[in-house]
Design a protein around this ligand. Structure first.
Ligand SMILES: Nc1ncnc2c1ncn2[C@@H]1O[C@H](COP(=O)(O)OP(=O)(O)OP(=O)(O)O)[C@@H](O)[C@H]1O
Length: 225
C-alpha cells in the first residue's frame, strides 16, 4: 500500500496554546482512519493540517508525493478543491442555493459546464437517496437530509480524500448510522481515502483503523506502512 497522507512531527500553536506537539500520522490510499481522543486534544487541528486548511509551525505534511505545508495558499486551495472533499458536523450548505446547486458547486468551481455539473449532481443525489429534494434550500431539509446533501457535495467530484469532522455530531444515532453507511459504502466502492474525526466509538467502528490523539500527539500506532 502507498501512503496517501503523512504528517511528520507536526506542531501548531494558537497564540500560547499548543494544539499539536509533534504529531505523526499516516493513512494509506483507500484506507478509512478514525482520529479519536479527548476534547481539546488536537484532533480537528490535525485534520485541518492534513487538509491544507492550516499550516503547521513545524513538521511536514505530504499528500501522495507532494509536500503540502510548503505550498502557497493558492496551490493549497487548488489542491483542496481538486483532490479533497469535506464533511463537517453541520453540513455548511450555502443557504441561498438549492440542494442540487450546493452539490454541483465543486464541479462548477473546477470549471465544469453547468449542464454536466447539474447532471452529475442529480446522479450523486439519487445514489444518496435524495431524489426529489434537489430544489430545496437547506432550511427546508431535515438534519439527516442536509448531511446527505453535504455528503453528495463532498463526493461529487470523486476526490481522493474525504475529510470528515464529527460528520454525525448533529444527528440522532439512527440518522448518524445512515450517514456513516453512505459515507463508508461510497468510499469503499470508489477507493476513496477517509480521515474521520469523532468522539463516538460507534462511528469510529466504521473505520479500518483508529488512532488516538492526546495532548497534541498521536499516541497509538501511526500507520501501517
Ligand atoms: N482557532 C483557534 N484559536 C485558538 N485556539 C484554538 C483554535 N482552535 C483550536 N484551539 C485550541 O487548540 C487545542 C486543540 O483544539 P482542537 O479543536 O484541535 O481539539 P479537538 O480534539 O478537535 O477538540 P474537540 O473534540 O473538543 O472538538 C484546544 O486547546 C483548543 O482550545
Amino acid at each position: 500500500m502507498t501512503a496517501m497522507l503523512r504528517a511528520r512531527s507536526v506542531s501548531l500553536s494558537f497564540g500560547d496554546t499548543p494544539a499539536l506537539r509533534g504529531a505523526d500520522f499516516l493513512v494509506d490510499t483507500g484506507e478509512i482512519v478514525a482520529i479519536m481522543g479527548p476534547s481539546g486534544s488536537g484532533k480537528s487541528t490535525l485534520l485541518h493540517c492534513l487538509a491544507g486548511i492550516l499550516v503547521p509551525d513545524e513538521g511536514e505534511i505530504h499528500v501522495g508525493g507532494e509536500r503540502l505545508d510548503t505550498m502557497g495558499e493558492a496551490a493549497r486551495s487548488a489542491l483542496r478543491r481538486d483532490r479533497f472533499g469535506f464533511v463537517f458536523q453541520f453540513g455548511q450548505l450555502v443557504p441561498e442555493l438549492t440542494a442540487a446547486e450546493n452539490v454541483a458547486l465543486p464541479l462548477l468551481l473546477s470549471g465544469m459546464r453547468r449542464a454536466e455539473a447539474a447532471r452529475r449532481a442529480d446522479l450523486r443525489m439519487a445514489e444518496l437517496g435524495l431524489d426529489g429534494l434537489g430544489g430545496r434550500r437547506s432550511g427546508e431539509l431535515s438534519g439527516g437530509q442536509a448531511q446527505r446533501v453535504a455528503l453528495a457535495r463532498a463526493l461529487v467530484a470523486e476526490p481522493e480524500v474525504i475529510f470528515a469532522d464529527e460528520p454525525t455530531g448533529s444527528l440522532d444515532s439512527l440518522t448518524g448510522e445512515q450517514v456513516m453507511d453512505l459515507l463508508v459504502g461510497t468510499a469503499r466502492e470508489q477507493g476513496t481515502t477517509v480521515v474521520l474525526v469523532t468522539h463516538d466509538a460507534r462511528v469510529a467502528a466504521y473505520a479500518d483503523r483508529e488512532v488516538m490523539v492526546r495532548d497534541g500527539r498521536v499516541t497509538s500506532p501511526v500507520g501501517t506502512s
